[in-house]
Design a protein around this ligand. Structure first.
Ligand SMILES: Cc1cc2nc3c(=O)[nH]c(=O)nc-3n(C[C@H](O)[C@H](O)[C@H](O)COP(=O)(O)OP(=O)(O)OC[C@H]3O[C@@H](n4cnc5c(N)ncnc54)[C@H](O)[C@@H]3O)c2cc1C
Length: 619
């Protein structure tokens, strides 16, 4: 109570000062109030300083702390310079300084924060809330010049794993780390199949909000496919349980008078009115996190739904919405039994043009995943054996290295494959066929060197190299950084070879190297060009390259955003994938869900960040 009064007094003084001298406000406030019980729990983002001009209405932001406290907000609130610096970057290429960071203790705190911004938005339109979880996003989704609401600092409680109607389910607060869920599920012999490569450093809520995916998504889809229900705080500051509804349940909901009911009614009306356009707009690639997937909200036609079939599911819109619709406070997801006795087939491909053909053939066998890495990644692994030292136990480390060098010197006769393709199969997916039969089929279809890998250390070696591709590319030049902006392009797998050949030409044109790895079965390649962010010409280069590379992906029936979402980098380019009508539907749906623009403005629709001006200036 005493703390509340002191905070209120200090803020009052500061508000007066602010009116007299607006420009000095933020600095003074920081000095006087400092950190207000902000958790020290670290976030994946690295510390980074920028002195970009502060955006509008510092007074509004200054008042937020006072109003939050008066409304009973229990969590941390800070305008401390170092904290703001820390929240200025995520794993993307951007750096944008927030005005305030808040760390809710629980769902009630989230509701208070949303209610406060809702109430003050009329007076201070620049107030908004950008959710941030572990901050490992690659598109700048969690960056803002307004208020960051960090759901990962405190909201990490996980309930027990349970079985309902034959499904294994778990519920956790949105800031729970993926690795903690993984541990709990493993005890039950289960896992969450859409695990991203960043599963050791990212959260569940951030992954659902990004609609993340990973190697096993080839068979099991994105996070959205595993969501059972979500607790989401909507624009009215209330939290709703959002889950698939039958027509009867939908009708009952629409009789209520609340934000969820209004959103459900209006989104349904929008889908009903534009059903044909929406269905036509569905991207051709299996993986997609661009735009709002209106085509997935109903799993049957509008007419069938009205006749009582199928479901209407707003979790499909919220998953992948990057916090632009509401704040997820809790997640319930399904889990899958861990497949036993999986086998690995490796196909080194020396002629680039063979890669697409090998992958197309492998897809006939319904593998769990088809992953790949390029020759540069393999060479970097050979050049930096010490990289794997901390990742393996001593004996395993030597055995894995032995396997790496034997593969290169003996098996490949010192010739690095253009691509190494890894295919995981399980006996069930092969049904009457055998792994040996699959190897034979691949050999006959441009995969001459296909091989079943039986040795445990050799299998480990291939996966170590695949997983290390991004980190290994950092070792090429200490003065450069692998830049995430071309890292999420996806094409139908049959177009992969031609697409990759064209990308290689473009990289040559721009005189840039980029290690490549990805989810071959989905035609999904992660390119990380090595760039010097200290060089003043880099932002212009990034803009130019993004234009040309994205257009190339779309030309091959592809997509600019397979799993890392739109964020700051791709939102302005969505017009390359979607026509004006569809973009307008995205804007309408965002407006229905967030009429006051409380949640993460500038992402997914209405881009407002100047890309060149927001790019980090240090590596
Ligand atoms: C080395 C590396 C490898 C990666 N590999 C993959 C990969 O294989 N697949 C993949 O999909 N991604 C990958 N990523 C990107 C990223 O790690 C994932 O998308 C991850 O799931 C994001 O989780 P996070 O907790 O860090 O979320 P954040 O980055 O903090 O947030 C992601 C987005 O969700 C929003 N958000 C966060 N919490 C909430 C909430 N509670 N309610 C509403 N919105 C919210 C944020 O505003 C932001 O827009 C990788 C990143 C790195 C650095």
């Amino acid at each position: 109570m005493a703390r509340k009064k002191t905070a209120a007094k200090t803020t009052k003084k500061l508000v007066k000062k602010a009116v007299r001298k607006k420009t000095a406000v933020t600095k003074t406030h920081r000095k006087k109030t400092g950190v207000s019980s902000l958790s020290k729990r670290t976030n994946a983002a690295t510390s980074k300083h920028t002195d970009k001009p502060l955006p509008r209405q510092p007074l509004g932001h200054l008042l937020v702390e006072k109003i939050l406290r008066e409304a009973g907000f229990k969590g941390g609130v800070s305008t401390d310079k170092h904290i703001l610096d820390r929240y200025s970057t995520d794993e993307s290429i951007f750096s944008i300084r927030p005005q305030i960071v808040i760390q809710p203790k629980d769902q009630r705190d989230v509701e208070i924060a949303v209610s406060v911004i809702n109430e003050k938005k009329g007076t201070f339109p620049s107030l908004s809330l950008t959710p941030r979880a572990a901050g490992t996003g690659l598109s700048g989704g969690s960056l803002t010049d307004s208020i960051v609401i960090d759901t990962c600092a405190h909201m990490r409680h996980m309930g027990s794993v349970r079985t309902e109607h034959g499904s294994t389910l778990f519920t956790c607060e949105s800031g729970t780390m993926w690795r903690d869920v993984e541990k709990a599920l493993k005890k039950e012999g289960c896992y969450l199949p859409p695990f991203p490569a960043s599963k050791d450093i990212c959260s569940i809520g951030g992954s659902v909000a990004n609609n993340a995916a990973g190697p096993d998504s080839l068979r099991y889809g994105h996070c959205a496919d595993w969501v059972h229900s979500l607790e989401v705080t909507l624009y009215d500051g209330k939290t709703y349980t959002i889950k698939p509804m039958t027509y009867r349940e939908f009708k009952i909901l629409t009789k209520k008078n609340n934000a969820y009911s209004t959103i459900a009614k209006e989104v349904f009306a929008l889908i009903a009115k534009h059903e044909k356009t929406i269905q036509k707009t569905r991207p051709k690639t299996k993986k997609n996190s661009a735009g709002y997937p209106l085509w997935d909200v109903l799993n049957v036609s509008v007419a069938s739904f009205r006749r009582g079939k199928g479901t209407f599911d707003l979790t499909r819109l919220i998953s992948g919405s990057q916090g632009t619709i509401g704040i997820i406070t809790s997640v319930t997801m399904r889990a899958q039994p861990i497949a036993q006795d999986t086998q690995l087939i490796v196909v080194p491909v020396f002629d680039l043009m063979d890669a697409g053909k090998v992958i197309s053939k492998a897809l006939d066998f319904n593998p769990i995943n088809i992953e790949l890495f390029d020759g540069l990644t393999f060479d970097l692994a050979l050049q930096h054996p010490e990289f794997f030292k901390d990742r393996l136990s001593k004996l395993d480390y030597y055995k894995v290295l032995l396997s790496l060098y034997t593969t290169y010197h003996v098996r490949y006769a010192r010739k690095t494959p253009a691509f190494t393709i890894l295919i995981t199969i399980d006996p069930k997916s092969l049904s009457s066929r055998t792994a040996a039969g699959m190897v034979k089929a691949l050999k006959n279809n441009h995969g001459k060197r296909a091989r079943l890998v039986k040795n445990r250390h050799e299998r480990e070696m291939f996966w170590q190299v695949r997983r290390a591709s991004y980190s290994l590319s950092k070792l090429q030049d200490p003065n450069k950084r692998p830049a995430a902006f071309l890292e999420d392009m996806t094409v139908p797998p049959q177009h992969l070879s031609k697409f990759f050949a064209e990308i290689k030409k473009l990289l040559k044109k721009y005189n840039v190297t980029a290690a490549v790895h990805g989810h071959g079965g989905n035609g999904h390649l992660h390119f990380y060009p090595l760039l010097d962010f200290g060089n003043k010409t880099t932002p212009a280069l990034i803009e130019k390259m993004a234009e040309e590379f994205f257009a190339t992906a779309v030309k091959h029936d592809g997509n600019i955003c397979g799993e890392h979402n739109d964020g700051i980098i791709r939102t302005p380019h969505l017009s390359k994938m979607f026509n004006k009508k569809t973009l307008s539907l995205f804007a309408q749906v965002e407006h229905i869900c967030d009429p006051l623009d409380i949640f993460n403005p500038g992402k997914k629709v209405n881009p407002r960040f100047d890309i060149k001006g927001s790019i980090r200036d240090k590596n």
